[in-house]
Design a protein around this ligand. Sequence first.
Ligand code: UDX
Length: 436
Amino acid sequence: MRLSVIGCGYLGAVHAAAMASIGHEVVGIDVDAQKIATLSAGEAPFFEPGLSEILSDGIASGRLSFTTDFGAAAGAAVHFVGVGTPQIKGGYAADMTYVNAAIDALLPHLSEGDIVAGKSTVPVGTAASLEPRVSDTGATLVWNPEFLREGFAVQDTVDPDRLVAGVPAGEEGERAAQVLREVYHPSVAKGTPFIVTDYATAELVKVSANAFLATKISFINAMAEIAEVAGADVTMLADAIGHDARIGRRFLGAGIGFGGGCLPKDIRAFSARAEELGRGESVAFLREVDEINMRRRERAVELVVQGLGGMVFEKNVTVLGAAFKPYSDDIRDSPGLDVAVRLHGLGAKVTVTDPEAIPNARRQHPQLTYVADRDEALTGADAVILVTEWDEYRRELSPEHASGLAAGRVIVDGRNGLDPAAWRAAGWTYLGMGRP
Ligand code: UDX
């Protein structure tokens, strides 16, 4: 099938390459000429495992191309819209500028029978408001939210755990759902749930899924706060409650909390939209979820200060990680980098290391010192804090090895990923989050 993908960021670039990898002929379109040049050369503009391979294969096969020309969308049967919806400046709502601009640029190139499939995360009600303009061209608008996780984006796109299509009522909607089933044929054939619903439900599935995940993380971080004063261990608590199949252990990782380009801004945009709909109180708990999350960053700073005997001024603090999560170079709303910036603000000499995210981090926070090599970054550290659980910090760094490099013996485990007994046995002061 011929497809176009409008917007070639995390979502769009992965979607375009993944659709080409399952046999479609795909053109990716973006206004950023630099990004298009990189993608056209078969290179990923950001770090995402497996993306470079499917990009270069797609380009070599002739099935995948990228352009800044929206005219190239003409002739595609389905046009995916995957542009960003960032948080507006000075507020909580989602900035819809890019979605509106993408639809405006696409409209002149649509034909009777085309499908426009919105993938961006949008405030509920967006599809209904865009629908009249799309249907004026004879095309059909569907909302097809994306649930990919960074670091697993290719896998999540090629083999999602569910597909959701919000379609208009009647035959037109049924036909559109059928076309989407054909687009996603390998997943549909293997029995992946394919849920056909109305626009509002499809939009809400996405924001409520992210709200639930954020709430789950803040729930366990709230338990960590209690555990800290009660002398309990939140990691054992998470294991124990996680055995209840109704709860489940995943996303009960207590630590410095969630960040990234999705969860924080999506819960804020959801709160703003609920207010607009007169139901702010229904999701008032999301404010609390956000606040618990932000408090954990402050707690991490406190632990470093405590580990250093109450004073970080002029102390060498090494921060292991900058990306908001491992297997990503994304630093958007990275809790770890925020902790690094706060420590720097207290006068600590902060050195940040990360296997992938240093160029992005340096651009945003040039005041910090960056060292790519982990061992060089650890050399002379008075205290170390783990903020992103990359394997080279969590699994591959032994306390004995670290002892040979660092000047002090203080480790703060911002992700509860290390073995406290092993670090203590090697003479370190180990401080976890929500662990005695
Ligand atoms: C998220 C959703 O998982 C995905 O379905 C949606 O499409 C986009 O938003 P992503 O932002 O890539 O994906 O990362 P995710 O793996 O969800 O992690 C988000 C943040 O939560 C990270 O900062 C991570 O470190 C943190 N986290 C996750 C925890 O603090 N504890 C956990 O137990 C799990």
